[in-house]
Design a protein around this ligand. Structure first.
Ligand SMILES: NC(=O)c1ccc[n+]([C@@H]2O[C@H](COP(=O)([O-])OP(=O)(O)OC[C@H]3O[C@@H](n4cnc5c(N)ncnc54)[C@H](OP(=O)(O)O)[C@@H]3O)[C@@H](O)[C@H]2O)c1
Length: 280
């Protein structure tokens, strides 16, 4: 169980990834994303989750460089994730997309690069390209996102490198227990996107009342639950107060009853797209 914001989990290739990070989907390129990332690193965050599709890799890279300078951090103390977008899937196009992400971030390397969605008929070729950049040492770990068990089975039947991470929608109304157990069995670390249900879960009575026992908000209860069930979490905020609030979860522990109550909120409900039925 992580004890602070900088604590890491050892991925299947030995690379250490922070349990907690900042998501920047919908954070506007320019001042908004730069100030959010800098506020997060100032507050002690060490992991940032972006993607080519978020159109803010340049701002993320700029913020990372400025924050390293201002906070006396080395590059190896930070962990940067990006992802290849669907329209660039395929072998050559993914190799190019990786270089574009690296150039936009303007960093020496990327820590984790993910296949953003399991595009049918393409994701295995995309994976081969990720294996190549991984073997060349341009990225420290490679993984997937939005992969269901059958996608992973299919990928693993031919992959040389087992994905280090699978980043999926996961929150109290979509607890993903079957996928979590499957990934744990294969040494694939599960990571939660939209952990706060894009903000929709924060008035939930169960979460609010559990929070009251500990003097914590519903957001903090959810994020603590992620860590206690063994899932990396990357809540998004561009608001400094909420960036700090979301990370203030290392001074309390949810009881087994609380965990069971939160698990019991599952409805297999998605706020985002279904990985078996998306058209982008
Ligand atoms: N791989 C994928 O396909 C995929 C898909 C979606 C997301 N993601 C990643 O996962 C990250 C997180 O998911 P998400 O951005 O969809 O949703 P989220 O983190 O569940 O929720 C973000 C929303 O909640 C608000 N918020 C954050 N903290 C709050 C707090 N303490 N109190 C009240 N409101 C709060 C934010 O607003 P403010 O910013 O105004 O605070 C924002 O509107 C993304 O940024 C992205 O990095 C990945």
């Amino acid at each position: 169980m992580p004890k602070n914001l900088q604590d890491t989990v050892k991925l299947n290739n030995g690379v250490h990834m922070p349990w907690f990070g900042l998501g920047v989907y919908k954070a506007q390129e320019g001042d908004e994303v730069v100030s959010a990332v800098k506020a997060a690193i100032r507050a002690g965050y060490r992991s940032i989750d972006t993607a080519a599709a978020y159109n803010n890799e340049e701002g993320v890279g700029q913020a990372v460089r400025e924050a390293m300078e201002e906070n006396g951090l080395r590059r190896d103390q930070l962990f940067i994730t990006s992802k290849v977008w669907n329209s660039n899937q395929g072998y050559e196009t993914t190799l190019q997309a990786f270089e574009t992400s690296l150039n936009k971030l303007n960093l020496e390397y990327i820590d984790l690069f993910l296949v953003h969605w399991p595009v049918k008929g393409k994701y295995k070729e995309t994976w081969r390209a990720l294996e190549k950049v991984y073997k060349e040492g341009k990225v420290r770990a490679i993984g997937v996102s939005n992969f269901q068990i059958h996608h992973l089975e299919d990928l693993l039947s031919e992959a040389e490198v087992v994905p280090a991470v699978n980043q999926v929608e996961l929150h109290p109304q979509l607890t993903q227990k079957e996928l979590l157990t499957y990934c744990q069995g294969k040494g694939i670390q599960l990571e939660a996107w939209s952990p706060l249900g894009q903000g929709h879960l924060l008035k939930n009575d169960t979460l609010v009342s559990i929070g009251k026992k500990y003097g914590k908000t519903a957001a903090q209860v959810i994020l603590r639950w992620d860590l206690q069930v063994g899932v990396i979490t990357i809540p998004k905020s561009v608001n400094e107060g909420r960036i700090i609030e979301n990370a203030d979860i290392f001074d309390f522990e949810l009881s087994a009853e609380d965990i069971a109550a939160i698990d019991g909120l599952n409805q297999n409900k998605r706020f985002g797209s279904d990985p078996d039925n998306f058209n982008f």
